[in-house]
Design a protein around this ligand. Structure first.
Ligand SMILES: CC(C)(COP(=O)(O)OP(=O)(O)OC[C@H]1O[C@@H](n2cnc3c(N)ncnc32)[C@H](O)[C@@H]1OP(=O)(O)O)[C@@H](O)C(=O)NCCC(=O)NCCS
Length: 169
């Protein structure tokens, strides 16, 4: 599995990837930079591409890298993002969100995606990542802890207990 930048060539595959979440009753795709909320892949691609650079990032957002996770055959199995800085709004969301498509779960992809993202973050000069997770989301908590996450603080998100973990890079 490797992390790859979205491109125009991924359009059909990305829309099928997105559809699979809907087909499994999931309307939210964590870490997808709103791919779950648009039908316009080209506009989404332009937006995520612009958001990778301080010169072109949406003024309401922070510099963000978004990656598809592609398996050995090139099939998109997941999506993950890296927000380089945290503002007041992002404080409880953390630096990173991710999702694995429903049919590819429990194969270790999320763990490997986060592992590779830590390397990318380190190369970008970040020294730590903060990750936010609802306490009941066992697979995500395990993904974070397996990548060295240490519990930093707890809060309540939409009435549910949630935690912020810190990964030192
Ligand atoms: C969370 C998510 C990304 C995990 O993806 P994944 O590729 O299935 O995760 P992995 O295969 O790397 O598994 C990570 C760990 O969780 C465990 N796990 C996976 N699914 C599990 C489940 N349903 N119940 C309990 N444990 C589970 C795995 O066994 C593994 O633990 P281990 O190291 O003890 O074996 C995936 O479930 C998902 O996309 N969920 C919806 C989006 C989401 O919640 N994103 C995170 C927001 S913070």
């Amino acid at each position: 599995m490797k992390l790859i930048r979205p491109s125009a060539a991924h359009k059909a595959q990305a829309l099928a990837f997105r559809q699979e979440f809907y087909d499994h009753g999931e309307q939210v795709i964590n870490g997808s930079e709103l791919l779950d909320q648009t039908d316009d892949y080209d506009a989404w691609l332009e937006s995520v591409t612009k958001n990778t650079s301080p010169e072109t990032v949406n003024p309401d957002w922070v510099v963000t890298d978004t990656f598809f996770a592609a398996d050995d055959t090139g099939t998109i199995v997941g999506i993950i993002d890296l927000r380089h800085t945290l503002n007041d709004f992002l404080r409880d969301f953390g630096n990173c969100g991710y999702s694995v498509r429903p049919t590819a779960r429990r194969k270790g992809y999320a763990t490997e995606m986060l592992r590779q993202l830590c390397g990318i973050a380190r190369d970008a000069g970040l020294t730590e990542l903060h990750l936010s997770v609802e306490r009941s989301n066992t697979p995500s908590v395990k993904t974070i802890v397996r990548n060295g996450g240490v519990l930093e603080r707890s809060f309540v998100f939409e009435g549910e207990p949630a935690d912020i973990y810190r990964i030192a890079l």
